[in-house]
Design a binder for this molecule. Structure first.
Ligand code: NAP
Length: 403
């Protein structure tokens, strides 16, 4: 079970906050909450990937000390936009790591993909509080990541709505009281589509999430159900739950985020309207609660909440994720890397929608030598990640025509 400090926070000084991935969907929602109570926070560092103009706007609005853009080609634009403001600027990978290390009381880790692994680990090593949106860190480097969390006595708070929900309903529970945890999934835009229809799915259709407004990778992952697969691995590492204690339920309304079955037959669930500001606020106010201006759940208006088992034939991603979970070692690294390659290939229109999961599976098949490795360090993880990407890329031509 996730072991985290719960003593009340001292309220004297403004809390020092950094947001890694400030220009993204989670980053923007985080800063929305910060901006509503600006006197309580001091923004230390904000980082972006390429969107220099938005990063500069956010840095000015939130009076950040430091703005870092990771892509060096975008640095001139950032400097021009922040000239005369007194806000420090920097760019490149080292600068990103420096930003993550700059002393802060609470750091949002919301860079997308395994690109967020090293910066997030630097944040974790501060030994303060890391709010974790970047699930790929845990999928790819779960054991090493959680060991660092323990080594630095860091308070690690999940931001994914299902994992925040799980934390809320398992708070204070002993590990042997928990029988099973169900993560819910909306089912995505293709929940009721046939495989034949999905084979023809276009990018804009895959990006039409029925309930959540999110960045494009996680939205695509939701359409394939890879997102829920990644979340099974994330939950396994976060809460030390065995594979057989984890399952997925399709819940198209996205109002119940997680159900926890206790050994006495009780089932506790967490509910809220689908708005990421609620789980983000839970991590920001931890161990307390804060006011959040989201739409309140109206169950009379909702009328009916429905649940169904996922269809393994139409959505093989979950089966693959389960195999990955059982395989352990570096299977998660390979699974995640192949999924990142496959998703990009879909966005570049090199492969069709169904080929995304097929490419991940084929990569796993030819990478048994990699999945069997036990990484001893983050460098090992990144080397396996890089090799898995090469293998996935080498398979691309095989899937290119399957549209
Ligand atoms: N969005 C959600 O509601 C949601 C919910 C649960 C979990 N999550 C997880 O949270 C993470 C972020 O998701 P998101 O939806 O917020 O993604 P997003 O909107 O695509 O934003 C990603 C952020 O990462 C930055 N970035 C991208 N590549 C980078 C790189 N190579 N180096 C440094 N920064 C880079 C982007 O910068 P630029 O935009 O400036 O290029 C942006 O700030 C993902 O792991 C996702 O699975 C998201």
């Amino acid at each position: 079970m996730l072991s985290i400090r719960t003593e009340p926070r001292a309220h004297a000084a403004p809390r020092r906050i950094s947001v890694l991935g400030a220009t993204g969907s989670v980053g923007e929602s985080t800063l929305d909450l910060i901006g509503r109570n600006a006197a309580s926070y001091r923004v230390v560092a904000l980082t972006g990937g390429r969107n220099a103009s938005r990063l500069a706007e956010l840095a000015i609005r939130h009076r950040a000390q430091l703005a870092v853009i990771s892509d060096e080609h975008c640095y001139a634009e950032l400097c021009a936009a922040l000239a005369g403001t007194g806000i420090e600027t920097a760019s490149g990978n080292e600068a990103l790591l420096d930003a993550a290390e700059r002393p802060a009381d609470w750091i949002m880790a919301a860079i997308v993909g395994v690109a967020g692994l090293q910066p997030t680990l630097r944040a974790v090593r501060q030994g303060t509080c890391t709010a974790l949106a970047n699930k790929e860190c845990l999928v790819s480097a779960g054991a090493i990541f959680m060991a660092e969390v323990a080594r630095h006595s860091t308070t690690l708070l999940p931001v994914d709505s299902e994992h925040s929900a799980a934390l809320q309903v398992m708070r204070g529970a002993a590990p042997d009281e928990i029988e099973k945890v169900y993560l819910t999934a909306s089912g995505g835009p293709f929940r009721s589509w046939t495989r034949e229809a999905m084979a023809e799915a276009r990018i804009e259709q895959a990006l039409q999430h029925p309930n959540w407004s999110m960045g494009r990778k996680v939205t695509l992952d939701s359409a394939t159900l890879m997102n829920k697969g990644l979340e099974l691995l994330e939950a396994h590492h976060l809460f030390s739950l065995a594979p057989e204690q984890l399952d997925v339920l399709i819940h198209p309304q996205s109002m119940v985020h997680c159900l926890v079955y206790y050994r006495d037959g009780s089932v506790l669930a967490q509910m809220s309207c689908p708005d990421m500001r609620t789980p983000i606020a839970y991590s920001l106010a931890w161990p307390e609660r804060m006011d959040v201006p989201t739409k309140r759940l109206d169950l009379a208006e909702a009328g009916t909440l429905t649940f169904e088992a996922p269809d393994p034939e139409r959505f093989p991603a979950l089966r693959l994720a389960r195999q990955t979970l059982s395989a352990g070692r570096s299977a998660g690294t390979v699974f995640n890397a192949a999924n990142e390659v496959a998703g990009e290939a879909f966005f570049e229109e090199r492969i069709g929608f169904l080929a995304i999961v097929a490419l991940v599976e084929a990569t796993m098949d030819i990478a048994a030598d990699l999945t069997a490795l036990t990484p001893a360090s983050v460098d090992d993880v990144l080397a396996i990640d890089a090799e898995a990407r090469q293998r996935a890329l080498s398979l691309l031509p095989r899937f290119a025509s399957r549209r």
